[in-house]
Design a protein around this ligand. Structure first.
Ligand code: GDP
Ligand code: MN
Length: 382
């Protein structure tokens, strides 16, 4: 789950990471009240879960209540890269001497945490990585050893942070590491991390992604879940307990197992199409699960065909076939299904389906063959 900037900053604060004083506002009046409390000048910041808000006009410096009102009313309701602004964060403005970058994330290939620091902050880190990769200092952190202040100090020096920033930046990195590990983040990113003109180092922005798998040990995350913005399809899928991620293509995907679901996306792409979603129905592909999966995909107006890709292991294909037949009776589908059913009891599964085969339910033996037909039914290669 991604957090809004203000939630990320509140999360940072629990671990002693310095941020500017401020507050949230959902109306122009609230923005002025928060600005009065934070002290002028202030920054009025659009709260949307997308980067580049500054360039899009979603971040404004205001010197008095009048300016706050002007900017707040301009930013509330603004559309930033498809995200409509409903909430603002108003904080005391900082005097910036330097803008840096700092983050922790998991390097899956190295099986270690990865800390990245750059003296070139404020701009997209992807841009820095592309144009000036040596400007990013990297350090792998073994979770058993953790991150020492000494190691953090060496890293910020290597990154070329100003000498007066290094001490506080190293301390901050250690706090950010604790936040990332103990706070169960997939990503904890500060861009920009700033050096102020009076020599302080603090987080001016916060990008935090929480690891949903750790939600069971964080009852306090409930408050974040309440403000989560899922699209309609994802809301319905969540209600039904499905492992679903909405995408923008036209081929709906249902597969059993996350690995097979990922491969199914790949093979649809290979066939020249584009997937409308990721959906892993797991091991129990019974009628209830299948019906729920088809229902969610059916609400997606962009879907033109549905590729059901099942490999029976512990899951038996005859049960899956029965599930599909029953689900078809329950859900009035807008799109045809292409089914690839293989593995345990595949023959029995195909026998069950035989009398239901039509131009609305097509069976193909292979994954690539099924993908090609699903792509063709969705209107051909894109
Ligand atoms: P993003 O564009 O979505 O990444 O939003 P940020 O929170 O990173 O802000 C974008 C830019 O606005 C920063 O890089 C700063 O240059 C500027 N900015 C944000 N807060 C302040 C502030 O308190 N004072 C000043 N002078 N500039 C700020
Ligand atoms: Mn930023």
């Amino acid at each position: 789950m991604d957090l809004y900037e203000y939630q990320g900053k509140q999360y940072f604060a629990r671990y002693g990471i310095p941020t500017s004083p401020g507050g949230v506002a959902d109306t122009v009046d609230e923005a002025v009240t928060q600005a009065d409390a934070a002290g002028y000048p202030v920054v009025v910041k659009a709260q949307v879960k997308v980067g580049g808000r500054g360039k899009a006009g979603g971040i404004k410096l205001a010197n008095d209540a009048q300016e706050v009102a002007t900017y707040a009313s301009a930013i509330l309701g603004m559309d930033i890269h498809g995200h409509v602004v409903h909430r603002l964060w108003v904080e005391h403005a900082s005097d910036i001497a330097r803008e840096y970058y700092a983050s922790f994330t998991l390097d899956r290939a190295a099986k270690l945490h990865l800390c990245m620091v750059s003296a070139k902050g404020g701009v997209e880190i992807e841009e820095v990585a592309a144009t000036d990769p040596t400007a990013i200092a990297k350090l792998h952190v073994d979770p058993v050893d953790g991150l020492s202040v000494a190691a953090a100090a060496r890293l910020v020096e290597e990154a070329g942070l100003e000498p007066e920033a290094r001490g506080p930046a190293a301390e901050l990195l250690v706090a950010l590491y604790r936040c990332y590990v103990e706070g169960d983040c997939d990503l904890a990113e500060i861009n920009p991390l700033i050096l102020t003109t009076d020599g302080r180092v603090h987080a001016l922005d916060a990008k935090v992604t929480l690891d949903d798998n750790a939600a069971f040990r964080h009852p306090e995350w409930e408050e974040f879940a309440g403000t989560e913005t899922l699209d309609e399809r994802e809301l319905l899928a969540k209600e039904k307990g499905l492992n679903y991620i909405g995408l923008s293509g036209s081929v709906g995907i249902i597969a059993n197992g996350a690995g097979l679901a990922m491969s199914t996306l790949d093979v649809v792409t290979q066939a020249g199409g584009s997937a409308a979603n990721f959906l892993d129905i797991g091991g129990g592909a019974n009628a209830d699960v299948m019906a729920a999966a088809l229902e969610v995909i059916n609400t997606d107006q962009a879907v033109r065909s549905i590729f059901v890709n099942i490999f029976g292991g512990i899951t038996r294909c005859d049960e899956v076939a029965n599930g599909i037949v029953e689900a078809l009776g329950r859900v009035d589908l807008r799109s045809p299904i292409v089914l690839r059913l293989d593995g345990t009891n595949a023959e029995a599964g195909h026998a069950i389906l035989a009398s239901h085969i039509s131009d609305r339910l097509v069976v193909d033996e292979t994954m690539l063959g099924a993908a090609r037909r699903a792509v063709a039914l969705a209107g051909g290669a894109t």
